[in-house]
Ligand binder design. Structure first.
Ligand code: AMP
Length: 148
């Protein structure tokens, strides 16, 4: 078995986000792996921007909504100690951008959260399911419960 050297954690700023982030930090530290972070923008309007567009973090956009997302994202990355080349803010559909980036960046392990509290039909959040089906590498799902 090969060690995981490049880990990508997908973050969504939900109430449970910190659980996924902390698990990724812990595992990357234990394995001495390089940690990258992706957040896919799918919650603000981005007219005339094709899916897959990488948002430049260092350049001001003039859009207050986008700047707020960038600030939130940079804060998480700062806390994790992730360098600028490991920070990926991308416009698009989460599962596609997460798996596409992982393939492009030759990631060994993707970490996502999954919800397991609504029975079999919702065994995993839709993003987690999509990532597992589409990823070319291993995927770790962090189980998220209501009471965490
Ligand atoms: P969900 O399917 O929305 O319950 O999300 C499950 C997990 O997918 C989250 O815990 C994150 O790890 C990941 N995820 C969901 N939405 C996004 C997003 N917009 N950008 C990056 N990761 C996401």
């Amino acid at each position: 078995m090969n060690d995981y050297k490049k880990i990508l954690v997908a973050i969504d700023f939900s109430d449970y986000g910190n659980i996924v982030i902390n698990q990724a930090k812990h595992l990357a530290g234990k394995l001495n792996a390089e940690l990258s972070v992706i957040h896919v923008l799918d919650n603000i309007p981005m007219p005339d921007t094709p899916y897959g567009t990488i948002i430049t973090l260092s350049v001001q956009s003039g859009d207050p909504l986008l700047e707020a997302e960038k600030n939130k994202f940079n804060q998480v990355c700062d806390d994790l100690g992730v360098i600028s080349t490991g920070r990926w803010l991308i416009w698009g559909k989460p599962q596609e951008e997460i798996t596409g980036l992982a393939a492009k960046e030759k990631i060994d392990l993707i970490i996502v959260g999954s919800h397991g509290h609504h029975g079999l039909a919702a065994l995993m959040g839709s993003t987690a399911k999509g990532v597992i089906f589409n990823a070319e590498c291993d995927v770790l799902t962090v189980h998220l419960k209501d009471n965490q």
